[in-house]
Design a protein. Structure first.
Length: 206
């Protein structure tokens, strides 16, 4: 792809580094931005700069937040004895959109994947186990995608909780095997949360 401007080429290159955006799409987006009023482009730039420099991660659940404790963890209306374990913030958003879950979350930041060099120490499993040992949690719901990596992560956490008085469950398989939560429709995902099954039972089915 030939560019008449080095500035344009640099902008297209940076835009194409985003997930799911190729160079042609990046070029279309950059040219669109060039046609917009300067104020609109500056607004986007300022929003991204502010996001990168000031965004925080909740000190309790590791969800993205504007303050030290996210709105979900700070809410007195949430059931603090019920914690849903998810891979990332997109899963929190997907589950919240169902309006079926009233507990708290714990965002792992990924899944155990030896092929990608991701082990338990790269995730927030340690802080989850520490919270569980404090005795406030009565049930953990595993809501990771039903892939080999997701199942491996579930089982690893399950083994770390042995000896603790905590019920473990997993979302019902209304979510197809291999599917990511963020792509599930709200009705299916909501029913999967409500009709969750004991984690031990899910092991026997494999």
């Amino acid at each position: 792809m030939d560019f008449s401007s080095k500035l344009l080429e640099n902008a297209v290159y940076e835009m194409s580094q985003l997930p799911g955006i190729g160079k042609r799409t990046a070029l279309r987006l950059v040219l669109h931005l060039l046609k917009q009023p300067v104020e609109q482009t500056n607004g986007l730039t300022n929003a991204l700069e502010q996001l990168r420099s000031t965004v925080k991660f909740c000190e309790s659940c590791h969800n993205i937040s504007d303050v030290a404790l996210c709105e979900i963890c700070a809410s007195p209306k949430r059931d603090r004895s019920l914690v849903c374990v998810v891979e990332d913030i997109r899963d929190v958003m997907a589950i919240e959109n169902t309006s079926q879950f009233k507990g708290l979350y714990h965002v792992l930041g990924g899944k155990i994947s030896p092929m990608e060099g991701i082990g338990p120490q790269e995730l927030t499993i340690g802080s989850l186990v520490n919270k569980a040992k404090k005795g406030e949690i009565k049930e953990l719901i595993f809501a990771l995608s039903s892939t080999m990596e997701g199942d491996t992560t579930n089982f690893y956490i399950y083994k770390q909780l042995e000896g603790l008085d905590i019920n473990t469950s997993t979302i019902a398989r209304g979510i197809a095997v291999g599917d990511e939560l963020e792509y599930a429709d709200e009705v299916t995902l909501g029913r999967s949360i409500l009709n969750r099954v004991p984690f031990e039972g899910s092991l026997k089915m494999k």
